[in-house]
Design a protein around this ligand. Sequence first.
Ligand SMILES: *[C@@H]1O[C@H](CO)[C@@H](O)[C@H](O)[C@H]1NC(C)=O
Ligand SMILES: *[C@@H]1O[C@H](CO)[C@@H](O)[C@H](O)[C@H]1NC(C)=O
Ligand SMILES: *[C@@H]1O[C@H](CO)[C@@H](O)[C@H](O)[C@H]1NC(C)=O
Length: 873
Amino acid sequence: MLRLRRYRIFLIFSIIFILALFHFLRSRDWSPPPERAPPVNVAAPPDSKEDPFLSHGFAPESPVGKPKAEEEPSGAKDRVDHVEKPDLGLDSAPMMTPSKTTPTPADSKPEKPSQKPSLGQSSGTFDEEFGIEGQGRLEVFLPDAGRPAPHWTKLPEHFPVPTGDLIRLPTGQPKALPKLQANFKDESSTEKIQRTQKLSTIKESFVHAWNGYKQSAMGHDEVRPVTGGYRDPFAGWGATLVDALDTLWIMDLKDEFSAAVDEVKKIDFTTSFRKDIPLFETVIRYLGGLLGAYDISGHKYRELLDKAVELAEILIGAFDTPNRMPVTYYNWAPDYVSQPHRAGTRVVLAELGSLSVEFTRLAQLTKEDKYYDAIARITNELEKMQNNTRLPGMWPLQLDASGCKKKGRPVNRLPPLKKEREKEAVPGVPTPHVPHHPPTDINSYKSYLKRDELSGLAIDAQPANYGEATQPTPAPTPPLEAICEEQGLASPPYSTMDRFGLGGQSDSTYEYLPKEYMLLGGLNDQYRTLYETAMDTVRKYLLFRPMIKEDRDVRFAATVAVSDPDPEEGGERSLDYQYEGTHLTCFAGGMFAVGAKLFGLDGDMDIAAKLTEGCVWAYESTKTGIMPEHFEVLPCEDVNSCEWNETRYRDALDPYAGSRIQQTEALYQRQGQLAQGNKELKASNKSVPSTLPSLSKRDIPPAGQLHEHNDQTPTKTTPKPEDRGSIKSIPSPSSIPLHPKPLALSHDEYVDSRIKEERLPPGFTKISSRKYILRPEAIESVFIMFRLTGDNYWREKGWEMFEAISKATRTELANSAILDVTSATPLFSNEMESFWLAETLKYFYLLFSDPSVVSLDEYVLNTEAHPLKRPSS
Ligand SMILES: *[C@@H]1O[C@H](CO)[C@@H](O)[C@H](O)[C@H]1NC(C)=O
Ligand SMILES: *[C@@H]1O[C@H](CO)[C@@H](O)[C@H](O)[C@H]1NC(C)=O
Ligand SMILES: *[C@@H]1O[C@H](CO)[C@@H](O)[C@H](O)[C@H]1NC(C)=O
């Protein structure tokens, strides 16, 4: 009987699950980029003799070498981490989908709905931890043989900048800017020996991984560091090759450098298996890589600059929009480029705001102002917006860059998914009338969208009133003005809330402000004002001191969601904080240090040290000695005195103890009553009605799951009922007494269990993402702190970080991302991002090199650590 009941419940849950999954897949159908290269994978011929999984403790993220056609793009890896998918795809889609790019037969394989591994699957977690992907990384697959690959060609612009309006590089004598690097004392000979030993260990690590890449993946974007083979998530032009160039030079591997430059010459930027170029990733890795290598090698390899120009000529096409804001995922194929487009309505701030130093350096080297114009217009728009956001001084993580405030037009998006969405109208903007009812099945969606595209096509194709210089095709009716009200950068349409932070999705926009100021020789004060204004807000609203056990004064930067007040209630905007530490945010210490010296913001050097120390603390907190990707902490109540308070910490780990226990008790009460009922029924010799629900172990709500708002916790980290000590034996229903004694975990049991199961270091209240993907931001700040203060402390801390990372990530071939930094023996995920060679190892190396190597007074490092030569005054 009991079995049958369990089975029934299982069945019901299965049905619900399948329905939910079905609904989910259907609704997701529209969110991936409209087209994708046909999925015929040849990416990884593993050809492995032995089982690499066993020998390397490797968690296969997918069957290696098997076609990965149905795999979701493995996003959330790169700088703009955990990007939310534009909720309804179409808003940031092109102004229309030109009929010419209607999939050709070769393309027309149905887009496979993305399949999210269920959270319980531990192998899926490293990709799924945030549950939302950016598109920066998108693995692509070779097209069917015989289908000619399209090539980019230069086409006339739709919205050219009239020559007279071109924003030119500032001219004049570069200013003498304050010296950044400390004055270093001469070192003793023992010190020198120890330092150079470390230096050669780091160099050996680089050579090891570089050789692994060369051997297994040369010319491809990344090596698979465990199994061999390669990945091509960045258009397949050889991201690691280009990214590693200047590190080769800096580490004095000049022959390797020369050979690598020969490989670079073979890159064909005019084509890719990937249909959209991720602008930001391409600019920081490829364009930055080429320019950095060109600068650091003393301009002796002209072909590097030529390649940079070749690439930039393609990328500049992304800026061909009515307001010259770039399309951040640029469909480069001619049949797409030949149609006009607008920038998206949900653009990631970092993807918009961190193009400046690369394009500026290119403009300086080529004397082509158009490259500077491209980014100067973004800066101007950011400036206009800065004091008019929901958190003045900062920009929201996502922006509407389309320049088009729609007027009286049917909402060009899928109907709201939730009831609440209907309230989301921007105050002051009349909510557009939606004339037709939302479709309810996939086919109606298609025709619904098609109709909208078609009606939008001619309309959206209209150029903005962009000077009188060009008169493109005559305006079809209705004229643009009836559809769009021109606007600058804005919050995404219909939003009533924006999120602000320094980490993923925004980071390098802020980082580039002082860097661009330096690269321009201090000749454009815009960047100084933007930076100072932004940091005023950061200091005031985002920085906080976490409560930690050690007597250490550290800082982290929170993210905050700022919501408009309910229009009916009035009142103020509400701020909803997430007190977190993320690896991506670890760059902030270095930025504050540079800003402190560059702009004479004296108090900021102290903040810089505390921010950097926060990341050092987080590194030291885990088993591996490496900081997790994303975790949460408790803010101190008083920033000046913040003793460890065990009670407060434990309360935070079990915030809903009351209702958690109550709910569990209630369930047992109910079960007890049922059991009693059964007994009585049995006693009266009637058959037990089959409709009575039954409870089993699985029905007991794991309190943590029930009450946490954030569902990002991988299931494996939440104590599962099975694992919980005191629910060892559940009496069968018939034997449950009417008044069962409390079965819920007590507060202490629950907290102990969480700490144990989730391996929470003291101070951590949650680890939302446990992986380490060879990221550089922490060592970047440690390096900058050392160069700017000369304090040996940072070298000591940096060396500990190197040893920890090296130990946990080294494979026979190279280095691999790991899945769980809290595990003593973390599993590999078989990924080596190009920034391991471009940044992480470079920063380690520069920390121990002579401080005159890549002096920060001579170079600006882009956000991928590519050194760009600063003008000398
Ligand atoms: C924004 O406000 C700051 C002061 O809070 C000011 O210095 C800056 O000039 C303002 N920016 C603009 C564009 O008005
Ligand atoms: C520690 O935290 C608890 C709960 O937040 C609070 O009641 C108590 O006063 C705190 N103790 C100290 C010494 O601050
Ligand atoms: C219930 O039925 C069994 C046989 O089926 C019988 O022996 C027993 O006496 C019955 N009990 C009652 C309370 O009627």
